[in-house]
Design a protein around this ligand. Structure first.
Ligand SMILES: Nc1ncnc2c1ncn2[C@@H]1O[C@H](COP(=O)(O)OP(=O)(O)OP(=O)(O)O)[C@@H](O)[C@H]1O
Ligand SMILES: [Mg+2]
Length: 359
């Protein structure tokens, strides 16, 4: 970064503090000028694997490709255009989010675009702006605005297959020519510092079937997934511009339990509570694996976790109201009982053990 970004002190009044809002300005400038330095692929892969469960081989493959793309930056092209394909709830969107936070060190560098909102041709102006005199022409499009403010970023096009075909073709200049045009004023915004990641469920049954074959390597699976997307009528003009398709495998066995446990932890924290050490009854997690394996819910593991969250919501509210900081979860037939750990006992968990819990 160039220029002094130190906050001015009272004795040394910086004209930027006097004439503008220094904090906002320096935040914006920092976000714009943070360089994406070459990543350490081993460190990055191991960090991503610690966050995204059961997707080790796809993570290795993404990191290898990204490392190469960053080393050999192409003029007038984005750093990479990737497609994450596979069943729902396996971590596609989540991996893109964790990746952005890790490589740029801040969530500001993730531009999330929910492509399900762009199912009609008419919605295009929200994304790309609108020519003068047309609806919305006074407002800049989302994408030019995002790239103008933070060009060094991951642009996450979530559930890309749900967008209207004509909207998808508007991305081609971003990928082929390295810029997009803001239609309201004709300004051009470079995409050559951006990494585009689209996610899709297209071809999911075929990809899941292929992924179950342990003899197929990740590299082969990625190639086969590209053909599966073609067969599923995924827009060919988009597919031909994608650098790499990455196929995600469905979660299995204890990995299902790991994701469910993390989701229960997230829900618990949202009530400002913690789970006491080893506080989730293994029976709850075994039932979650069974339910997932037998029923194959359309929303993936996330759907099983939501069922459990429904069962514990009232208990968590109650525990919070009673002043608890920590809770445990016990299986109770098909229900889940929330057991509050009294605050005084929670401070000495080693001495207190299970018999200190109250109901
Ligand atoms: N492999 C995983 N490791 C850790 N958490 C996961 C994993 N898969 C899913 N989750 C959890 O479930 C949530 C939903 O997952 P995510 O949005 O990544 O699914 P997805 O593969 O994008 O599914 P969809 O195709 O339906 O969009 C995540 O925010 C995360 O909390
Ligand atoms: Mg998703």
């Amino acid at each position: 970064m160039t220029g002094d970004a130190k906050k001015p002190t009272a004795g040394n009044r910086d004209p930027l503090a006097r004439l503008s809002n220094f904090d906002v300005l320096s935040d914006k400038w920092e976000a714009k000028s943070r360089e994406l330095t070459l990543i350490d692929p081993v460190e990055l892969a191991s960090y991503l694997k610690s966050k995204v469960i059961g997707q080790n081989s796809v993570i290795d493959s993404v990191v290898t490709r990204l490392h190469r793309r960053m080393a050999a930056k192409r003029p007038n092209k984005p750093i990479a255009v990737f497609c994450f394909a596979g069943a729902p709830g396996v971590g596609k969107t989540y991996l893109a989010q964790v990746l952005a936070e890790k490589i740029y060190g801040s969530p500001k560098h993730l531009h999330y675009i929910d492509m399900t909102k762009f199912g009609s041709e008419a919605s295009s102006w929200t994304l790309f702006g609108s020519a003068a005199g047309h609806v919305g022409s006074s407002r800049p499009g989302l994408l030019p605005r995002y790239l103008r403010d933070v060009p060094n970023s991951i642009v996450l096009l979530d559930e890309i297959e749900k967008a209207h075909r004509s909207i998808l073709t508007q991305f081609l200049s971003a990928w082929n020519d390295g810029f997009i045009t803001e239609l309201s004023d004709g300004s051009k915004h470079s995409t050559n510092e951006a990494i585009f990641i689209m996610t899709t469920n297209a071809g999911r049954s075929r990809i899941a079937e292929l992924a179950r074959d342990p003899k197929i390597t990740q590299e082969e699976l990625n190639k086969l997934a590209k053909s599966a997307l073609q067969d599923a009528q995924f827009a060919p003009e988009v597919l031909s511009r994608v650098d790499d398709v990455f196929a995600f495998r469905e979660l299995a066995g204890l990995d299902i339990a790991r994701v469910v446990a993390l989701e229960i932890e997230k829900a618990t924290k949202s009530y400002n509570l913690e789970i006491a050490g080893q506080g989730i009854d293994p029976e709850i997690l075994v039932s979650a694996i069974d339910e997932f394996t037998q029923n194959k819910p359309a929303g993936g593991v996330r759907e099983i976790a939501r069922h459990i969250e429904d069962k514990i919501a009232d208990g968590l509210i109650e525990a919070r109201r009673n002043g608890a900081n920590e809770v445990m979860f016990e299986a109770d037939g098909s229900d889940v009982r929330v057991v509050a750990v009294p605050p005084a006992e929670a401070e000495q968990p080693a001495a207190s053990g299970n018999e200190t819990v109250s109901r």
